[in-house]
Design a binder for this molecule. Structure first.
Ligand code: ADP
Ligand code: SF4
Length: 683
């Protein structure tokens, strides 16, 4: 296949100062949960993007000095020779695939707690860190001189490590941002006050970084294009700063100062949502501009270039979901693109401090540890046919990956629609993009004649035994509990067996059970998106809703996916009443008894219905029936019977996809899966 000439513009080489990028696809700096702790895994992950056609591949935020230590988050660092060696693994691997490698030099200011280095954080004021009871010390002039020296030294180490682009990172509420802002910069010396004074440090760093990296490397800046949060410099001032500083850098990486928009989840933010903030800046700067927008549509990308908004299509998430996105566009294989669903599970890896994972791309983060390639898979290790029962994310992924290996695969699904939970959930408010998990796999199936799919085929134990496949994967999923058992309650709660107690499965089913008119209580002990999304659905349907959660806020875990603020804002705007750090302990059809987790003070809230969002039970009846009779199992010729995904252990969609993929990879594999494979940071 060849590419559509409409997309030619995306494959034009573009100059970045002394360098030439081979096309317009640019992986902006993004967290990986690997950083300094997993240098080999990181190198393999970034190199995969280079192999997939990205012209520029950057690190995550890379600390210049121990006074910028974001422990326990796994940031990158360039503090010493050991860091140079660790980062060189990435630059070499990226260069081997023909891409340019960039590093985002970073100082966190008061944002960080320096929990490992135990240096006092530094900033223009003495302010508390983001999460810890630690305050920064104030930077005086000799400290600013030291800061400039650290930055230059780190830039020299970046060159030693082989980076082609070196960033000065001047946004996202880190140290340099504080200098720029008239709100946070209250200094009375030459680094505070007038706009010229506030940009002084950035100007100095740009000039000195340029000196440090020499004429053969490019200088990049990450900078705020618009003030949305009110804390930074006003947007008009930012424009003025850009016109002053523009000539000093080779490329400008522009963001808005609101993470919940810049990397907003698809529940709240559309593709290309930053365009209005970036318009006109490229002309103002006279330098190449890169910006992000969860771009997965080549038409949208072309529009961005043709309208003169961007020179480079910046991507974090689309490059995570599909490292081969540029190649697929280039080769006219658009239908194979694994589109990001905007769930932000990748970002949660950084928030939780674990190596990156992705809902759509099960190979993300497994490039080094497991040797998984997103586009290649080992051929079948036997001639056995395979039965996969259940076409949720686990079953779909297992079936497709096994068929790609060449096995003869049958996929049997009880319902008449495929997709399991992603199909059900994609009908809820804001979750439509989650259907992409199903759609991508259905698309791949079209090219796999050795995969037979049977919807509306509920398999009994006798069906499985009589089917004749030596390998059987049970991907039969999980069902939401009705009895209140979850993190908090270990036994069913009184009255939860009432017909007016509904689960998320009830509310997602095509025929939602009827409740009389009146208020509804949602009891959330899951603490992620489900309870909030159901509250939204019920409130939009005109119900008075109280969300009772054992968490400290609604959707507490959504903090890790950067969805907390917008989730709570939306619930409040819909008039949903929130009751945090509380549990529902009984229900009688007219009221839900709520207990405060700290005081056990109780109160009955009027409720004609109770929705329980607590935990899920594996749907493993079929498995239990099959193992009940080992002789029948043996006689059937089944050599491997395995539960996969939620049917084994309910978790995120990302876990189910990974589990399905892992099952497919492990079957008759030449190399076993090795969960114990770790690495130590470079000495
Ligand atoms: P996972 O997230 O692990 O993929 P899901 O709950 O999304 O799990 O999907 C499980 C799928 O399995 C559902 O579509 C369900 O209809 C199907 N299923 C459950 N039991 C059977 C069965 N006995 N035969 C065929 N399909 C089944
Ligand atoms: Fe996109 Fe979700 Fe994958 Fe992140 S985890 S890249 S948001 S699909």
């Amino acid at each position: 296949m060849t590419r559509d000439p409409r997309y030619d513009v995306l494959f034009e080489p573009v100059r970045i100062g002394p360098l030439t990028a081979r096309n317009r696809f640019y992986q902006v700096p993004h967290c990986s949960g690997m950083g300094r702790a997993w240098p080999q895994a990181l190198a393999a992950m970034r190199a995969m993007k280079a192999a997939g056609g990205w012209a520029v591949v950057n690190t995550e935020y890379c600390s210049i000095h121990p006074s910028s230590d974001d422990t326990p988050y796994p940031y990158a660092s360039l503090w010493d020779a050991g860091d140079v060696r660790a980062n060189a693994r990435m630059t070499e691997a990226v260069h081997d695939q023909g891409a340019l490698a960039g590093v985002e030099l970073w100082h966190g200011g008061n944002y960080v707690g320096n929990l490992a280095s135990r240096e006092p954080p530094i900033d223009i004021m003495s302010l508390p860190s983001r999460t810890d009871p630690v305050q920064s010390r104030v930077l005086y002039k000799d400290d600013i001189r030291a800061l400039r020296r650290w930055h230059s030294d780190a830039a020299k180490r970046a060159v030693e490590a082989g980076f082609d682009l070196v960033y000065v990172y001047a946004t996202h509420a880190y140290l340099l941002d504080h200098f720029l802002s008239p709100v946070s910069n209250q200094r009375t010396d030459e680094y505070g006050g007038s706009l010229e004074n506030r940009v002084r440090i950035l100007r100095e760093l740009l000039i000195e970084t340029r000196e440090a990296i020499g004429p053969d490397r490019a200088l990049a800046v990450r900078f705020t294009a618009a003030n949305l949060g009110g804390k930074g410099a006003p947007t008009e001032e930012l424009r003025e700063m850009l016109s002053i500083l523009g000539p000093l850098a080779d490329i400008w990486d522009l963001v808005v100062d609101d993470y919940t928009l810049e990397m907003g989840s698809s529940r709240f933010v559309e593709e290309g949502a930053q365009e209005s903030y970036l318009a006109g800046l490229r002309q103002l700067l006279g330098k190449p501009v890169v910006g992000v927008g969860r771009f997965t549509s080549p038409d949208t990308m072309v529009g961005m270039v043709k309208r003169g908004v961007l020179d480079f299509i910046g991507a974090a998430r689309p490059s995570i979901a599909d490292p081969f996105l540029p190649r697929k566009i280039e080769e006219g294989r658009l239908e194979e693109i694994r589109e990001c669903i905007g769930c932000n599970i990748c970002y949660a890896s950084n928030s939780r401090g674990n190596p990156i994972r992705c809902t759509q791309n099960p190979t993300m983060g497994e490039e080094w540890r497991s040797g998984w390639h997103p586009e290649q898979i080992e051929p079948a290790g036997s001639k056995d046919s395979i039965l996969v029962v259940g076409a949720g994310p686990a079953g779909l992924e297992a079936a497709v990956a096994l068929a790609r290996r060449g096995y003869a695969v049958t996929l049997a699904e009880a319902s008449d629609t495929l997709g399991g939970r992603v199909t059900r959930e994609s009908r809820l408010p804001g979750l439509a993009a989650w259907g992409r998990v199903r759609d991508h796999r259905l698309e791949l199936m079209k090219g796999l004649p050795n995969l037979q799919v049977y919807p509306a085929s509920r398999m009994s134990a006798a069906d499985v035994l009589g089917f004749g496949a030596p390998v059987v994967a049970l991907a039969t999923g999980a069902a939401w509990r009705r009895d209140g058992i979850g993190r908090l309650h270990r036994a069913p709660q009184p009255g939860f067996d009432s017909a007016a107690v509904l689960t998320p499965d009830d509310l997602m089913s095509p025929e939602v059970p009827d409740l009389p008119p009146g208020p509804v209580v949602i009891y959330d002990d899951d603490r992620y998106y489900m309870a909030a999304v159901l509250a939204e659905k019920l409130a939009l349907g005109g119900r008075a809703v109280t969300l009772v959660t054992t968490g400290g806020t609604a959707a507490a875990w959504a903090y890790f996916t950067e969805e907390l603020d917008r989730t709570n804002a939306r619930l409040l705007s819909l008039g949903v009443t929130l009751r945090t750090s509380s549990a529902v302990v009984s229900f009688d059809g007219a009221g839900a008894e709520v207990s405060c987790l700290f005081s056990d003070r109780r109160e009955v809230l009027a409720a004609v219905g109770l929705v329980t969002v607590t935990a899920r039970s594996p749907e493993d009846l079929l498995y239990r029936q099959l193992i009940q009779n080992p002789a029948a199992l043996r006689d059937s010729g089944i050599r491997l019977l395995q539960r996969v995904g939620d049917c084994l252990a309910p978790a995120l969609i990302a876990h189910a996809v990974h589990a399905g993929h892992r099952f497919a990879r492990e079957l008759d594999a030449s190399k076993p899966w090795d969960a114990a494979r770790r690495e130590l940071a470079a000495p």
